[in-house]
Design a binder for this molecule. Structure first.
Ligand code: MLC
Ligand code: AMP
Length: 471
């Protein structure tokens, strides 16, 4: 049985003034705990609370406050447009939305005008302090509802329990020898597993200092002087393109990549420039992080290592084949999709293993290699998971668009870039890109739009994405 989720929040060095730095603003663990206590007192008893997840100290305070009070947190991407934001707020039934300052540190845009989900906005004030004395919430209770894309339709809310988070962070601390001696540096968004669960709660649970750089730029990483660095492959690709910034990371202890495949050339460039062979780990919103190479073990380009403590894996391969769907069990798995029992059931095999949808191979020495995804309709761009169907639906909401098909095309920096093929009249590429960026999160916008006279279809009339012309 692992310790309560926020067990070491005030320790060690509770009064160290720069225990937490986000986008240039710092606070101590004691200050964070006090301000989070005030948030907890304001929202205690609410069934669920949304947090506008800007990269700010206020967001961290809001999340910690909700976790103290045992109120499930729904992070809302700060740049989400009305369609996505409304879906998240309505589907989760969040009646409260915690927000930070609407100032220079706030990278997002204003809440949209027009008919919106009924939600009361509660600003987080760091000057308010209260000692929270409520009971420790049940470890089985939901910590987070994380909205994540499927191949079709709107994103689903994955229910992540407190004990799943605690189990995952403890397994990662063991694999990476992550302790209070570390300074963790990253600049990842605070509305996904990587930046929020690992990148914030991981630091609070291990007791390590945290420097969140606001944006994950090579220069900011170089200036931060950390021992442990997190990045998605796009971030590591940009670091490797900036040799001075990369060399500044030589003094670190561990560079960790995840959320998408780290290309072997980027692995090798990082090794050449920093002297570090990066640790690669694999995860999903629904399972948290489940596979990783280790601080004390071999790190091999193209491999995501071995199962973390408590995780079991298998590959469901056709007879005679070595690759097949990766399936998992273990204490870090989610508790299902909010309000979608069929989707939840469908994500498990009959004998109770979670179906990742990723195609993998396991070497005789236990090292895992992710080969690809079963469905081409889940796109990974810059480490973000984006469902083709959600982008297609957004495009079809534009009055000039009659048909739309969206794919992920290989891209050196982003891994995949979103390309939209549309049948439309009287609208430009830039207008359609801006339209999607305005309805959904900005990172879900197509980077290219191709205009066709008709989508290729089979005899049944179903669009054939394999027959689309090259991007
Ligand atoms: C551009 N911009 C627009 C726009 N075009 N804004 C509005 N309308 C348009 N048409 C603006 C953006 O708002 C942004 O502004 C700027 O342009 C650049 O945005 P971008 O194109 O999104 O940035 P980019 O450089 O492509 O981003 C790369 C990146 C990002 C690596 C920084 O992709 C990223 O943060 N990825 C991390 C994803 C992640 O954390 N995934 C983890 C999932 S969890 P501004 O002002 O903001 O600069 C998971 C589990 C696991 O997968 O295993 O970890
Ligand atoms: P998300 O739900 O955003 O967490 O995305 C999960 C997906 O990211 C997984 O199903 C994989 O396809 C992909 N992914 C995460 N980490 C890796 C990795 N190290 N290598 C390859 N794919 C990864």
């Amino acid at each position: 049985m692992s310790a309560p989720l926020l067990t070491s929040l005030a320790e060690p060095d509770g009064d160290r003034p720069d225990a937490l730095t986000v986008a240039g603003r710092s606070c101590s663990r004691e200050a964070l705990l006090g301000a989070a206590g005030a948030v907890a007192a304001r929202i205690a008893g609410a069934p669920v609370v949304a947090v506008r997840a800007t990269p700010t100290v206020e967001t961290v305070t809001a999340v910690v406050g909700a976790l103290l009070a045992g109120v499930p947190v729904v992070p809302v991407p700060p740049d989400s447009g009305p369609a996505e934001r409304d879906h998240i707020l309505r589907d989760s039934r969040a009646a409260l939305l915690l927000t930070g300052p609407q100032g220079a540190e706030d990278a997002g845009r204003e809440a949209p005008a027009g008919p919106a989900a009924p939600v009361e906005t509660v600003p987080v004030d760091l000057a308010e302090r209260a000692a929270w004395t409520g009971p420790e919430p049940d470890p089985k209770a939901t910590a987070f509802i994380l909205y994540t894309s499927g191949t079709t339709g709107a994103p689903k809310g994955a229910l992540i329990s407190r004990r799943a988070v605690a189990a995952d962070l403890d397994a990662l601390a063991e694999a990476w020898a992550w302790t209070a001696e570390d300074t963790l540096v990253h600049g990842l968004p605070l509305f996904h597993v990587h930046g929020l669960v690992l990148g914030v709660l991981g630091a609070l649970r291990t007791g390590s200092r945290l420097v969140h750089t606001g944006r994950p730029t090579p220069a900011a990483y170089a200036a931060a002087g950390g021992s442990l660095y997190f990045g998605v492959p796009t971030v590591w690709h940009r670091v490797a393109q900036d040799p001075d910034a990369a060399r500044a990371l030589s003094a670190a202890r561990l560079l960790v990549s995840g959320s998408a495949p780290l290309p072997a050339p980027v692995f090798r460039d990082l090794e050449r420039l920093t002297g570090h062979r990066p640790v690669e780990r694999y995860g999903m919103t629904e399972t948290l992080i489940t596979l990783s190479t280790r601080a004390d073990g071999e790190r091999r380009p193209g491999y995501v290592g071995t199962p973390l403590s408590g995780i079991r894996t298998r590959v469901a391969a056709e007879e005679g084949a070595e690759i097949g769907e990766l399936q998992l069990t273990g204490p870090t798995l989610f508790d299902g999709y909010l309000g979608r029992p069929e989707a939840t059931t469908g994500s498990y095999t009959e004998d109770g293993w979670f179906r990742t949808g990723d195609i993998a191979a396991i070497e005789p020495d236990g090292f895992h290699r992710i080969v690809g995804r079963a469905s081409t309709d889940l796109i990974k761009s810059g480490g973000y998971r984006i469902g083709a169907g959600e982008v297609e639906n957004a495009l079809l909401d534009h009055p000039a668009v009659r048909e739309a098909a969206v794919v992920g095309a290989p891209h050196e920096d982003l891994g995949q870039q979103i390309v939209a093929y549309v049948v439309a009249d009287g609208v430009s590429e830039a207008e359609l890109i801006d339209f999607v960026a305005g309805q959904l999160s900005v990172h879900k916008r197509p980077r290219k739009v191709r205009f066709l006279d008709a989508l290729p279809r089979n005899a049944m009339g179903k669009p054939q994405k394999k027959l689309l012309p090259p991007a």
